[in-house]
Design a protein around this ligand. Structure first.
Ligand SMILES: C[S@@+](CC[C@H](N)C(=O)[O-])C[C@H]1O[C@@H](n2cnc3c(N)ncnc32)[C@H](O)[C@@H]1O
Length: 332
């Protein structure tokens, strides 16, 4: 089957449009389009360098990067059935990219990279140090985790074991899980004397994807840990988690004109709101739900910044303080 995404067409053996699927070669997952859109859009904002798609599957992410951004791309997958598909997909798109059929660790350590994409099934636990060590200075990691249940679902104890932080159930879990995952990625860098700077984070469907830039230096690596802290949420201790800015404004500004898919455009529209505050306000007052757009409009009328969040359908982000927000809500 041939599918089209972004500027490429690719051959797949199996695909699905809804829900997590089987782990088979040539597998294409439409639900991860947003994750790929943001890799491509991000690299398009930067001076082209060399990128490794370390777990490439059909090669769709790396091929999109090659076609849509002008970066040099190397595709890698340890399954030879996938490397065959990657070869056919490169030819289908008239692209000449290097294709490796190595284990992840061999591929990442084969040279120094400006960008490494790490896209495993489940958790990237155990994979990130090798990638970070083989980045050039100021290189970027794009990494996915799909074991969100360990930070949001029934297995929070497993989340503590894997990610080293306590998460929480409930309306804030998607933001807490994202911030714990960012912390996890930054900590891996700090242990190697690299300071991580988050560029953007996506929480959608069953995955979290973050992009973090790493700069070498023990002192700045020490300083980067200052933003990894514990917090109290709904009377419970959570964390440690990343409490700093999740989005780099300059990068977001440059991504504005990217031809995003409809879902990615919806997610992108909220990126500017996410750093207005830690967590978000709810739209209900004494169990009375007020239309989100009415509240946002009122906040803006009072010269506050306000908008929706990707972390909760009913949540509102604003730079208004909590007391003032409660007053406004009561007045509606
Ligand atoms: C989630 S899929 C990648 C999907 C792909 N990046 C995309 O956007 O469609 C994970 C891939 O990693 C490959 N893989 C798993 N473990 C690996 C390892 N240790 N070294 C190299 N490839 C590996 C699998 O064969 C599989 O194709």
């Amino acid at each position: 089957m041939i599918v089209r995404e972004g500027a490429v067409e690719i051959e797949t053996i199996s695909s699905f449009e809804k829900g997590p699927g089987s782990v088979s070669p040539g597998f294409y997952n439409r639900l991860m389009e947003a994750s790929r859109d943001f890799s491509v859009a991000l690299l398009k904002t930067m001076k082209p360098g060399i990128a490794l798609d370390s777990m490439a599957g059909t090669g769709i992410r790396g091929l999109r990067i090659a076609k849509e951004t002008g970066w040099n791309v190397v595709l890698n997958d340890r399954d030879p059935r996938n490397t065959d598909i990657e070869k056919r997909n490169s030819a289908l798109n008239s692209l000449e990219v290097e294709i490796m059929g190595e284990d992840y660790f061999c591929a990442v350590s084969s040279r120094k990279w400006d960008y490494i994409d790490v896209d495993p099934f489940g958790t990237p636990s155990g994979l990130l140090e090798a990638a970070i060590m083989n980045l050039k200075n100021n290189g970027i990691i794009g990494v996915t985790m799909t074991d969100t249940a360990n930070l949001e679902g029934k297995s929070l104890d497993k989340g503590i074991r894997i990610y080293g932080s306590r998460s929480i159930h409930g309306i804030y879990s998607r933001e807490i899980s994202t911030r714990i995952f960012v912390k996890y990625v930054m900590e891996r860098g700090a242990s190697l004397g690299r300071a991580g700077k988050p560029l953007l984070a996506v929480r959608d469907g069953h995955f979290i994807r973050v992009f973090v830039k790493f700069r070498k230096g023990n002192k700045i690596a020490d300083d980067s840990l200052g933003e990894l802290r514990a917090a109290e949420v709904e009377g419970k201790a959570v964390g440690p988690l990343y409490m700093g800015k999740l989005y780099d404004t300059e990068v977001i500004n440059k991504m504005e004109d990217f031809p995003f898919s409809e879902n990615s455009r919806r997610l992108f529209a909220n990126f500017r709101n996410e750093d207005l505050m830690f967590l978000f306000f709810s739209n209900s007052n004494d169990r009375r739900e007020i239309k989100k757009s009415t509240i946002i409009e009122k906040l803006k009328e009072k010269s506050y910044k306000a908008g929706s969040t990707n972390f909760n359908e009913k949540g509102i982000k604003s730079n208004c303080d909590r007391d003032e927000y409660t007053k406004i809500l009561k007045s509606l």
